[in-house]
Write a protein that binds this ligand. Structure first.
Ligand code: HEM
Length: 182
């Protein structure tokens, strides 16, 4: 993944626990010199190792780290030069998610090696929709939960999101049920 992702993990850890915690995370993850270049790509394994190391450092399960990271990603990208792209993409959760695939496609202009996920939205009623998430990567469903929660907060909304059908060998996508609460 692009270093932008690993740098966001760094910022999250530093904001919660300070520089020394991030140094320990890098040691544990086998990245002793620390530091990532935002526009450079790194092996996905590095990102997964960082998540594992953050989980140990914070004493939280990896899923909880991914959820927190997903939520943080919305704040981080808004600060790192992608604020106008987020603004352009919609001002409520549902319209934003309808445009998500196009948004990642636009990002491809500046990050040409990105392998973005894809999303499908199936509206069930005015407050409820199913979200289908497909990715070349495994294990990131909790990050999607955090992303949706973070997006909803950005729009002053609250949501309940549940993974109703996890991906498996026969189905290459995760399916969530999302309910907009306010
Ligand atoms: C403007 C803000 C955003 C930027 C700049 C951005 C960019 C990226 C980048 C660089 C990656 C790493 C993938 C790679 O390097 O191959 C990524 C992954 C991902 N993005 Fe975005 N993204 C943004 C917003 C969002 C939002 C709002 C969502 C939520 C619905 C989202 C969902 C994801 C997911 C789930 C992944 C994990 C990779 C995967 O599933 O395979 N992104 N994004």
């Amino acid at each position: 993944m692009y270093g932008l992702v690993n740098r966001a993990i760094e910022q999250l850890v530093v904001s919660l626990k300070g520089d020394s915690a991030w140094e320990r995370v890098c040691q544990r993850a086998g990245w002793p010199d620390g530091g990532f270049v935002a526009m450079q790509t790194y092996d996905d394994a590095v990102t997964y190792r960082l998540v594992g190391a953050v989980s140990e450092e914070l004493g939280l399960p990896p899923d909880a780290v991914l959820r927190a990271f997903g939520e943080y990603w919305i704040l981080y990208t808004a600060e790192e030069g992608y604020g106008s792209m987020l603004t352009m993409c919609g001002s409520d959760l549902l319209s934003f998610l309808h445009g998500m695939n196009q948004m990642h496609a636009r990002i491809e202009a500046s990050l040409p090696e990105i392998r973005p996920p894809s999303f499908e939205v199936h509206e069930l009623d005015a407050q409820t929709f199913a979200l289908v998430y497909e990715s070349t990567r495994e294990g990131l469903a909790p990050m999607v939960e955090g992303l949706i929660t973070g997006l909803a907060k950005r729009f002053g909304q609250r949501v309940d999101i549940r993974l109703t059908a996890p991906r498996d060998a026969s189905t290459p996508h995760d399916r969530f049920l999302v309910q907009i609460l306010a």
